[in-house]
Design a binder for this molecule. Sequence first.
Ligand SMILES: [Zn+2]
Length: 199
Amino acid sequence: MKLVKNENEKTQQISDKEAEEAFRVILKWMGEDPSREGLLETPKRVVKAFKEYFKGYGEDPKAILEKTFGDVEGYDDMVVQKNISVQSHCEHHMAPIIGIAHVAYIPKDRVVGLSKLARVVEVFSKRLQTQERLTMQIATTLMESLDAKGVAVTIDSTHQCMTMRGIKKEQATTVTNYYLGQFKDDLSYQNRYLRFIAK
Ligand SMILES: [Zn+2]
């Protein structure tokens, strides 16, 4: 599926078949019989699902933001996109992180198609993540690629490694924020952004 480094630092392609075999081993380790009818196709289906969960490794977020538009008659206030669904996986337990992201940017001269903001969230989400890094990666990519005056990103999510195992705090959500440029330097912008996303 993708290139990984082994101990000898050589890149090595892992085939779908090898990944399926690994899931067969995990099923056995769980105490299951991977040869019983209900599980025969399971490793194949899990590999297919994993390709979807982690498709962000094969995608370049900067390429998504390449096409921008200049014909916005000088619009220079913030563009806020709220409630973008986030489905990611934590890199410590490979457990789901489910939540929402809010993204804002202040354009300098050019704006980007609105769906592209959600696409950037999607690409970084579909990798193993920490919520902190996810928040920063979205923000810095938007800031650099759009040459924006400022960017703000907020993520509010539930970590299943906390709700389903370990400390088992079902109601706990985690909020992370990252501000760049005008959102960092000017509290009036930051406060307006926070008011928009609170509604
Ligand atoms: Zn975790």
